[in-house]
Design a protein around this ligand. Structure first.
Ligand code: AMP
Length: 602
């Protein structure tokens, strides 16, 4: 095993590395640093976040640039503001003994004039998000015509976020003979195309297998009814009292709702999504980083670039539309040599996506059971016992000890302990004593691909649609049409069956509102397309004609849908009813063990 010194790093960097406490190079550092130090070459590196890739390109760049010159020599492009700031901070730490070094972050949502002023002072390295960088180039606030090294960090994310044109435009202002180092977690075709277009005979390195998620992350899935998703989330959290997690939802609305419900239910949670202002997002991230928030509920877009090292769990409250996104989600845990768990809460209709994900990450999922009430109570009790055991004594209590002792003069030790623990434990016990089993049995066909006509239980909704074969639809065309109209993923519309003048299809119950709302007063090629909930959940299907007529004439339409919603995923009062009181609420007065408002995890 090489040391940092063996890799050829100079004393300034080695000193900073010692200060940072890095004892040995990570795999990507061991592979990339000698190549980048010893040759003037382009590089394609397949590496996840959390593998130490910032240092893998940062150390060589810092060693190669001329800090005595004020010319901009290195440009690092990253997908998000968050990541841009993180890279800048890391580069400053790595280069703290490089006298005269100036690293400047350039990102949107902050004063462009301040950033321009900093660059004017002489920035050898600029770390930028593509949008703001392009803006600065257009306003001639920056000169990148002499850069020698460019880094495309998280290239797959940048392309996902639609920065391809900006990147192309930015690179057109840089010299032909610079070196480009591309880092990406995955290698979809678009990234390969970019590599081909901008790089000359690049060296290639892969950390772990291609597209593989970090191996110190274990993957688990929990099969529940869609309506029990939220209860399952709470149980997973309660069963892991020291959880410090990111919870991924598919939409901004769900993200907000889940976070609100968690907060209302006494958990330390926060929401992170694009409808929040930059200021609000910064505040949430600050609380999360400080671990004042234990559960950060986020959309994929907003969570890009979250770079917090101690995340213990990633919870996929819903699977992403594009299963490739799963790699990015699970890569938020298991960072910097630590282990992590990526949990997926799935309903029956989604369970076969697990198999596709296993192929992508090249790792097996373990099917696990949502813990029952007694397991959770035991975990909570033991966690409490450990916390008390490890608590430092506050000697302010000493002066009250005599009166307390007097009060407990007739209480023996066992009884005292039981009373003491009951203060905290009883709320969990009361909450969970009548809890039901949330687990759903899995049949062998559930995880297989293809058109699965065995599905269609009570967690999916079957619809009637008044278009069919004579309108030019076969099942595949109709599936594509519905996916496109509703903005859904490949597996979200299933059991599509076309007849001559009408058809049937299924979605999860959760999507019912969205589907019905979309096809209200909806016209396709000049005619009204009508979608209604069908009576029959399984194959075939008979349209529920009780409402009669087309939706736009249907006076009962709205009310009907409200009823459907009630019997579907469940409103808040249903949830409460289904698992006793709303939560194992923390009583502030008696909450001696959890250090509110900030919950200490150690
Ligand atoms: P990155 O993949 O660059 O986002 O790095 C993830 C985290 O690992 C950062 O907090 C780095 O400071 C840390 N790190 C990078 N290299 C090493 C190393 N060789 N040993 C320990 N930690 C490291």
């Amino acid at each position: 095993m090489n040391t940092f010194k063996d890799l050829g790093l100079n004393d300034d960097l080695l000193q900073a590395i010692t200060d940072l406490g890095f004892t040995k190079p990570s795999e990507v550092q061991e592979k990339a640093i000698p190549i980048l130090l010893n040759s003037e070459t382009d590089l394609v590196a397949l590496a996840q976040t959390g593998t130490g890739k910032t240092a893998a390109f940062g150390f060589p760049m810092l060693q190669k640039i001329d800090v005595d010159s004020r010319t901009t020599q290195g440009l690092i492009l990253s997908p998000t503001r968050e990541l841009c700031l993180q890279i800048t901070n890391e580069m400053k730490l790595y280069g703290k003994y490089c006298k005269g070094l100036n690293v400047v972050a350039v990102y949107g949502g902050s004063s462009i004039t301040d950033q321009a002023r900093e660059i004017k002072r002489g920035a050898q390295i600029i770390v930028a998000t593509p949008g703001r960088m392009k803006d600065m180039i257009n306003r001639r606030l920056v000169d990148i015509s002499k850069i020698q090294y460019s880094v495309l960090d998280e290239a797959d994310e940048m392309l996902n976020m639609g920065f391809k044109e900006d990147i192309t435009d930015i690179l057109s202002h840089t010299p032909e003979d610079k070196n480009t180092w591309l880092f990406s977690a995955t290698m979809p075709r678009e990234v390969a195309t970019i590599a081909k277009k901008f790089m000359y005979d690049p060296e290639e390195i892969t950390v772990g297998k291609k597209n593989e998620s970090t191996s110190n992350v274990s993957h688990e899935y929990y099969l529940v009814n869609a309506r029990d998703r939220y209860q399952a989330l709470k149980r997973l959290s309660d069963a892991n009292p020291d959880i410090f997690s990111v919870i991924f939802c598919r939409t901004k609305r769900d993200t907000q709702k889940v976070a609100e419900n968690l907060i209302e239910d006494g958990y330390s949670a926060g929401a992170l999504h694009g409808d929040l202002s930059q200021n609000q997002r910064d505040l949430v991230m600050k609380s999360f980083r400080n671990q004042q928030i234990q559960m950060l509920v986020a959309t994929d877009v907003a969570a890009r670039g979250i770079d917090v090292d101690d995340i213990t769990h990633v919870i996929n409250y819903q699977l992403p539309d594009e299963i490739e996104t799963y790699t990015h989600r699970s890569g938020r845990t298991g960072r910097a040599g630590k282990t992590g768990v990526s949990m997926v809460i799935v309903s029956k209709s989604e369970v076969r996506k697990i198999k596709s994900i296993e192929r992508i990450i090249n790792q097996q999922f373990e099917k696990k059971e949502i813990p029952d009430g007694s397991e959770i109570c035991e975990v909570q009790l033991m966690s409490l016992a450990n916390k008390i055991h490890n608590t430092e004594i506050n000697h302010e209590i000493d002066k009250h000890l005599a009166s307390i002792n007097e009060l407990f003069a007739d209480t023996d030790k066992d009884e005292l302990i039981k009373k003491f623990f009951s203060v905290e434990f009883t709320r969990f016990y009361n909450y969970y004593q009548k809890s039901k089993d949330l687990n759903v049995a899995e049949s062998s066909s559930d995880r297989e691909g293809g058109r699965d006509f065995s599905r269609g239980g009570k967690d999916s909704t079957r619809y009637f649609i008044n278009v069919g074969g004579k309108d030019g639809f076969d099942w595949m065309k109709l599936k594509d049409f519905l996916k496109e109209q509703l903005g859904l993923g490949r597996d979200d519309v299933f059991k599509v069956e076309t007849k001559d003048s009408f058809s049937f299809f299924n979605t999860e119950n959760e999507l019912k509102e969205k589907v019905l709302a979309h096809f209200t007063d909806f016209k396709h090629e000049g005619r009204f397309v009508n979608v209604e909930v069908s009576e029959n959940r399984g194959g075939g299907g008979r349209r529920d004609r009780k409402g009669g007529g087309k939706r736009r004439d249907d006076k009962r339409g709205g009310g009907g849908r409200r009823d459907d919603r009630k019997s579907g995923s469940g409103n808040r009062s249903d949830r409460r009813k289904s698992e006793g009181s709303s939560k194992p609420r923390r009583s502030n007065s008696s909450d001696f063990a959890s250090s509110r408002p900030r919950r200490s995890r150690r």
